[in-house]
Design a binder for this molecule. Structure first.
Ligand code: CTP
Length: 404
C-alpha cells in the first residue's frame, strides 16, 4: 500500500547547497500522491528560487511568519500536516530546533507541530562531526525525531566526506516508514527495561555492568512515536519524551519489583536491560573500611525476571528478551528463546566492533519460534529499535489473526 497517497507533508527547506535536491524530494512525494506544502527559510532563497519549488509542490512556498495569507501560518501548517520533513537541515536549524527557539517560519512550525518530524541534515563534514551538532542531533533523537543521516561523498567546494544530503530514495523511504508505522502500536501497553543494574557491595560500592541503556531507551522512544503507551523501567539517567512513563531503578530486585507491578496490564514486555545474574551478599551496613582488609565478596543469584514473568504470560502477551553473547551467538540465543518461552529474542555479538554495550550502534539477529533468524546489519540504535518494533508489530498481528 502507498502510505504517501493523500497525506499532508510539510517539506521545509533550509539554506544549504543541497537545497536544490529538495525540489526532487517534493516532486517524488507529489508523484506518489502526497499533498506537499513547502516552507523555505530566507537563506534557502539564496540557493533555489521559490517558483521552482512552488511549481513542483502542491501549494506555493511559505516563507515568512508575517507575509502569509494566514495570520498564524506556523500553527496552521503545523496542525494540518501528517509529517514535517526538513531537507536539507542546516546546523542552525538543528540547533534552533534542539533548543526550542522559533526564529522564523520553519523553526516555529517545528516547535508548533505534534506531527512526526524527519530531519535530513546536510553540511560539511567538520560541521557534522562537531560535538555541538552531534549533541543537538542526540537531543532530537531522544525526543523521537527521525534523523536521515547524511551520506559520504562529494561536498561543496570539491571536498569529500560525510555530510551530503541523503538520496531522495532514502528520504522518501524514511517518510513512508514513519507514516506507515505512525500508529501501528496505538494504545498498546509496552513495558521496556533498560540499562545495567547496580548491585551494592556496601554503602558506597557496587557491582555494575557495561550497559548504557541506549538501546532500551531508543526502543521506548520509537514505541511511543508509534502510539504505544510506554512504561520505561531504567537504571540510565537519560532524558526521554514526556509521553513516556519513566520508573528509575537501581538493582535487579528493584527492577523485578517495578516489572511485577505492570506485568499483568502489559501487552508487550521488552527486557532490554542487562540485569545482574548475581548480587553480592552485603559485607557491611555502612562503608567497608580499608583498614579491615580486602573483603570476601560472596555472590548470590538474583531472580531471572524474564523467566519469572514468562510463567504467568497470557497468550496475547508478547515477551521480548535480549541475549548479549560472545560465542555461538545464534545457538545460545535459540536456547534462550525456547527456555524462556519468548516470542522474540534480540541477539547480539557484543565482542564485534561497534556492537552492544555503550556504543551508539548495534547489529542484531532477531529470532522467533515461527520464523527464520533475521539479521539486522550494523546501524544506529534507533534503526535497530525500529526493526525490533517492526517484528513486535508483526508478531501481534499474527496473534490477532490466529485468534479471529
Ligand atoms: N534477564 C532477566 N533477569 C535476569 C537476567 C537476565 O530478566 N536476572 C533477561 C535480560 O533482560 C535479557 C535476557 O534475560 O532480556 C537474557 O539475558 P542474558 O544475561 O543474556 O542471559 P541469561 O539468561 O542471564 O544467561 P547467561 O548470562 O548465562 O548468558
Amino acid at each position: 500500500m502507498n502510505s504517501l497517497a493523500g497525506r499532508h507533508i510539510v517539506l521545509a527547506v533550509s539554506g544549504g547547497i543541497a537545497a536544490y535536491k529538495a525540489v526532487d524530494v517534493a516532486r517524488t512525494l507529489v508523484d506518489a500522491g502526497a499533498h506537499v506544502a513547502p516552507i523555505m527559510t530566507e537563506d534557502a532563497h539564496r540557493f533555489i528560487g521559490p517558483v521552482t519549488l512552488s511549481a513542483l509542490s502542491s501549494e506555493k512556498v511559505h516563507t515568512s511568519l508575517w507575509d502569509d495569507d494566514s495570520a498564524i501560518p506556523h500553527t496552521k501548517l503545523a496542525q494540518r500536516t501528517d509529517i514535517v520533513v526538513v531537507a536539507p537541515a542546516t546546523a542552525r536549524v538543528i540547533s534552533a530546533y534542539a533548543t526550542g527557539s522559533s526564529e522564523d517560519l520553519l523553526t516555529a512550525t517545528l516547535i508548533a507541530t505534534r506531527a512526526p518530524v524527519v530531519l535530513c541534515p546536510a553540511m560539511h563534514t567538520e560541521m557534522w562531526e562537531h560535538p555541538a551538532v552531534q549533541y543537538n542531533i542526540a537531543t532530537l533523537r531522544r525526543r523521537g525525531v527521525v534523523i536521515v543521516e547524511p551520506e559520504y561523498g562529494r561536498l561543496a567546494g570539491g571536498d569529500v566526506g560525510q555530510g551530503r544530503l541523503a538520496s531522495t530514495e532514502a528520504i522518501v523511504s524514511a517518510v513512508e516508514q514513519v507514516l506507515q508505522t505512525a500508529s501501528d502500536l496505538a494504545g498498546v501497553k509496552v513495558v521496556v527495561t533498560a540499562g545495567g543494574t547496580r548491585e551494592p557491595i556496601d554503602a558506597v560500592r557496587v557491582i555494575a555492568n557495561r550497559s548504557s541503556g541506549k538501546q532500551g531507551h531508543a526502543i521506548a522512544i520509537e514505541a511511543s512515536r508509534r502510539g504505544a503507551e510506554v512504561t520505561l523501567i531504567t537504571t540510565a539517567d537519560m532524558a526521554v519524551p514526556a509521553s513516556i512513563n519513566v520508573v528509575r531503578v537501581e538493582t535487579a530486585a528493584d527492577m523485578h519489583e517495578a516489572v511485577s507491578q505492570v506485568t499483568s496490564s502489559a501487552d508487550v514486555i521488552i527486557m532490554a536491560a542487562a540485569v545482574a545474574d548475581f548480587r553480592p551478599v552485603p559485607i557491611a551496613i555502612g562503608k567497608w573500611k580499608k583498614r579491615d582488609g580486602a573483603p570476601q565478596v560472596i555472590l548470590e543469584p538474583t531472580v531471572d525476571i524474564l523467566a519469572d514473568i514468562a510463567k504467568s504470560k497470557r497468550p496475547s502477551q508478547v515477551l521480548v528478551g535480549f541475549a548479549a553473547e560472545t560465542d555461538d551467538v545464534i545457538a545460545n540465543a535459540q536456547v534462550k528463546l525456547l527456555s524462556k518461552n519468548l516470542d522474540l529474542l534480540v541477539a547480539n555479538d557484543v565482542s564485534a566492533p561497534g556492537v552492544g554495550f555503550q556504543h551508539d550502534t548495534n547489529a542484531v539477529t532477531l529470532l522467533t519460534p515461527a520464523t527464520a533468524p533475521r539479521q539486522v546489519a550494523l546501524a544506529g540504535k534507533h534503526e535497530i529499535a525500529r526493526a525490533v518494533l517492526d517484528s513486535v508489530a508483526e508478531i501481534r498481528s499474527r496473534i490477532t489473526s490466529s485468534r479471529s
